[in-house]
Design a protein around this ligand. Structure first.
Ligand SMILES: [Zn+2]
Length: 143
């Protein structure tokens, strides 16, 4: 698989550099993101990265592979103007260990199907699918 193809499947922002997965973990895609200026959500001031954590998030699914994970450094930013600190998620909607696009996909699959069926398809624990489904419905009541 070439990385362009992977990018297409994973539907990630264009400034994400996606590495090929290792043989040991073929469903984990390491994402490298070039440093960029991140504006403070409070005052639009300049922020600096004062901490970052390497984390994995469920992001998609593929036949015969199962859940696809992305691994990236999630930055903690501090505003130089107002001192506000926040986690920047690049618009991925990172909650617990999944991206918004993953939660949306699971919710879509749950329409007209039992949670147990979806859990089996994705090799996910029943309670995880239940939580993802409930969480997404709660956040987006009109969907
Ligand atoms: Zn600020």
């Amino acid at each position: 698989m070439c990385s362009k193809f992977i990018k297409l499947i994973l539907q990630l922002p264009s400034f994400f550099e996606i590495a090929l997965p290792s043989e040991e973990e073929p469903n984990i895609f390491r994402v490298d993101i070039a440093p960029q200026s991140i504006a403070c959500p409070n005052c639009q001031g300049r922020t600096v990265c004062h901490d970052r954590a390497l984390r994995r998030f469920r992001h998609g699914c593929a036949w015969h592979i199962g859940v696809l994970w992305i691994e990236l450094f999630v930055p903690r930013q501090r505003c130089k103007n107002c001192g506000f600190t926040f986690t920047f998620d690049y618009g991925l909607g990172l909650v617990h260990s999944s991206t918004e696009s993953f939660r949306r996909e699971i919710t879509k699959r749950c329409h007209g199907r039992s949670i147990a069926d979806v859990a089996r398809d994705y090799a996910l624990p029943y309670t995880t699918v239940e939580r993802l489904n409930a969480g997404f419905t709660r956040m987006h009541p009109n969907n």
